[in-house]
Design a protein. Structure first.
Length: 314
């Protein structure tokens, strides 16, 4: 197979690697598309190694493609099925394996490109907002960095659930598009302090933005920290959390156990896939690149000013 490989100094190249062999409960997938995520850039910098058992130099946390082989104990999928999946790494290649309990069928309305950019961001947003944040009908939720991949997923999911979404978007040119996804208010980050209180804060940017949002929490507010591109350190007055009886928690998906990930994927299958099939959810794709142009894809992701996903078409 051909795969994107992280070389010395973080250089990206495409190299030949042996085809992966599926385990008893795994699918071998001919990858058609694979999303680019912040975790890939962090892994390239040597800051976010994959969990044990996943390739250390082939990035990629999400992909979509056709099943071309199955393990002896696979029961949910068959050769030829269209699947999209979360993996611990190795998705940015022409072949990849995934445990069948971490794969979802690709709805007919999704293109390969959209499916390749679906799993990581929608699963992250769904898990953070509902499984961990307990977002409820009528609550106000602040989504920082709302034009990014997780952001556009979170805006849509929260709006469909009946929450009032306040979306913070730096690039003024993208605000109308984010509003069309269901945000009740689309604001500049500088306006966050004026639009509270917020029952839930989904922090996708980092410490600088979180410092502004924390004083705006409602009573029993919940803060979910998913991203830290704008900094990882914060001077926090604990009296603020205590007075609000607030919850502050961080989260990642990649390092969770097989069973923990499977529970999130099953919740996605039940609650989110029908929304995709009914065309109530969109997977905005900002830019696509062939596998051989991975360097350009990573540069586009890092440049910002994008609505939705950057996807490699394999």
């Amino acid at each position: 197979m051909r795969a994107i490989v992280i070389g010395d100094g973080g250089a990206l190249g495409v190299a030949e690697r042996p085809d992966p062999v599926p385990g008893d409960t795994e699918l071998l997938v001919a990858v058609r598309a694979a999303g680019v995520n912040g975790a890939d850039l962090a892994q390239r910098r040597g800051e976010y190694p994959p969990p044990p058992g996943w390739p250390v130099d082939v990035p990629g946390l999400e992909m979509a493609g056709e099943v071309m082989g199955v393990g002896d104990r696979v029961t949910r999928f068959a050769v030829g099925d269209r699947v999209m999946a979360l993996v611990g790494g190795g998705a940015q290649a022409t072949r990849a394996t995934v445990d069948e309990i971490h794969a979802l069928p690709v709805p007919d309305r999704l293109s390969w490109t959209q499916a390749g950019g679906f799993s990581e961001v929608f699963t992250t947003a769904f898990d953070a907002l509902f499984s961990q944040g307990g977002l409820a009908l009528g609550e106000r939720v602040l989504v920082s960095g709302a034009a990014g991949g997780v952001g556009v997923a979170a805006v849509q999911l929260a709006a469909i659930a009946g929450a009032r979404v306040v979306a913070a978007v730096r690039d003024a040119k993208l605000r109308d598009a984010v509003a069309e996804l269901g945000a009740a208010e689309v604001i500049a980050p500088a306006e966050v302090a004026d639009r509270g209180p917020y029952d839930v804060v989904l922090e996708l940017v980092g410490a600088d933005d979180l410092a502004v949002a924390l004083p705006c929490l409602a009573e029993r507010g919940r803060v979910l920290v998913i991203g830290m591109g704008a900094g990882a350190r914060l001077d926090l007055d604990l009296r603020l959390l205590m007075s609000r009886r607030a919850l502050l928690r961080g989260s990642t998906l990649r390092a969770r156990s097989l069973a923990e990930k499977a529970a999130v994927i099953e919740a996605m299958r039940v609650s989110v896939l029908p929304l995709v099939a009914d065309r109530r959810l969109r997977v905005p794709v900002c830019a696509t690149f062939p596998l051989d142009e991975a360097e350009r894809a990573y540069e586009r992701f890092a440049a910002g000013g994008k609505l939705g996903k950057v996807v490699l078409e394999v």
